[in-house]
Design a binder for this molecule. Structure first.
Ligand SMILES: CC(C)(COP(=O)(O)OP(=O)(O)OC[C@H]1O[C@@H](n2cnc3c(N)ncnc32)[C@H](O)[C@@H]1OP(=O)(O)O)[C@@H](O)C(=O)NCCC(=O)NCCS
Length: 169
């Protein structure tokens, strides 16, 4: 049984453990800490398994997406982590789907991610759609998903990530 819930006070040490083990390093642990400290974190969801505690985590941060006369309510998905011993059991997928549902309820219109298209295409993320965004990232790994269909229209947009992302090595 997996329970998906929002991050609570007291979760952070265990979240850092899960993220450190999933990425085998500190960069993503620091990214999460910086996003929280800067007030740029929009949503964090954890996956809890009975007897094992938190085994997965996903973070969504604020993202500025502007065109000449409009600003979208947007978020960046990063990072997504599942404890190696619990991978390939659908936990990553459940975390992303739950996060997207919660963000839709918050009227978020657009999500972007930088990751493997082979993984993120299943949620509807598209590199083609992300080409409408002028951003620090590009290529097939940079993908976008409209939670409000047609949110991007056909115009060009500037996407600006929170400062914590520029501190990533
Ligand atoms: C990526 C990650 C979160 C997936 O979590 P998970 O719980 O194992 O994923 P799920 O069980 O929901 O999905 C497994 C499916 O995704 C595929 N998959 C898993 N990781 C993948 C990857 N890096 N690239 C492509 N496909 C991947 C598997 O083949 C599997 O597909 P299948 O069900 O058709 O066999 C997990 O592997 C992880 O923490 N990796 C290290 C950190 C990372 O790279 N995060 C993503 C970048 S932000």
């Amino acid at each position: 049984m997996i329970d998906l819930r929002e991050r609570r006070d007291g979760d952070d040490e265990r979240i850092a453990f899960v993220v450190r083990r999933a990425f085998a390093g500190e960069d993503e642990v620091k990214l999460i800490a910086d996003l929280r400290a800067d007030g740029d974190m929009l949503l964090e969801v954890v996956a809890e398994r009975e007897g094992a505690g938190i085994v997965g985590h996903v973070a969504f941060s604020r993202l500025s997406v502007r065109s000449i006369d409009r600003e979208l309510r947007a978020a960046a998905l990063a990072p997504l982590a599942v404890l190696p011993t619990h991978q390939r059991q659908g936990i990553g997928q459940a975390l992303v789907q739950d996060g997207l549902r919660r963000l839709q309820a918050l009227n978020v219109e657009l999500i972007v991610v930088l990751g493997d298209p082979a993984y993120y295409a299943r949620f509807g993320f598209s590199a083609l759609l992300a080409r409408l965004l002028q951003a620090p990232y590009s290529g097939d790994g940079f993908q976008a998903l409209e939670l409000q269909p047609g949110a991007l229209g056909k115009r060009a947009w500037d996407a600006t990530y929170p400062p914590a992302f520029s501190k990533m090595s």
